[in-house]
Design a protein around this ligand. Structure first.
Ligand code: KMT
Ligand code: NI
Length: 177
């Protein structure tokens, strides 16, 4: 994992690094409710099982985002993952192979880009505005964990002003809106 401020240059190329050169720490991410773990080595899956148990993530599946796995819809999918959105439940991803970027909004509404590769696990809280893209290698394999049923419907920004998941998120992390 490596987090840094996203530069808004060349917006046409979402898969470029867009690295403004300002590093962010795991503590910076925690300020907006984003949790991170590194699980590698032989007991990685045991550690995931333990975290899943502690947090009541009962189910999981695997997704591969790549031209090989998705065929002609790949470009369209990559564009749709990159639309700024939130979910009404946590988004939990463990990277099994490959790499990609999760972008999250900080308290000042600035994009923080989080580079994730094999062994990285991230939890985005319900209500946070975010987006995802593959990087220039065009390949990521990730485990998606969820509590009961997957609630991955993306709600694009802006959501309704009375969306309770957004309101709860905003008040939990002292954002202005
Ligand atoms: C998402 O929610 O944007 C995704 O699941 C993208 C693939 S997970 C690396
Ligand atoms: Ni999402």
């Amino acid at each position: 994992m490596r987090a840094y401020v996203y530069d808004n240059q060349d917006p046409a190329d979402q898969r470029a690094p867009h690295d403004l050169g300002i590093e962010k720490t795991q503590a910076d991410l925690e300020k907006v409710g984003v949790l991170y773990w590194r699980f590698d080595g032989e007991d990685a899956l045991d550690k995931i099982d333990q975290l899943a148990k502690e947090r009541s993530y009962k189910n999981r599946d695997t997704i591969v985002v790549s031209p090989d796995a998705m065929g002609p819809i790949y470009e369209e999918k990559v564009k749709s993952f990159f639309a700024e959105h939130l979910h009404e439940d946590e988004e939990i991803r463990y990277i099994l192979d490959g790499s990609g970027y999760f972008d999250v909004r900080d308290q000042g509404d600035v994009w923080i880009r989080i580079y994730m590769d094999k062994g990285d696990l991230i939890i985005l809280p319900a209500g946070i505005y975010h987006r995802f893209t593959t990087d220039e290698n065009n390949y990521i394999k990730a485990m998606r964990l969820f509590k009961e049923e997957p609630k991955w419907t993306p709600l694009n920004r802006p959501v309704a002003s009375d969306n309770k998941y957004r309101s709860e998120y905003v008040s939990s992390y002292n954002l202005t809106s």
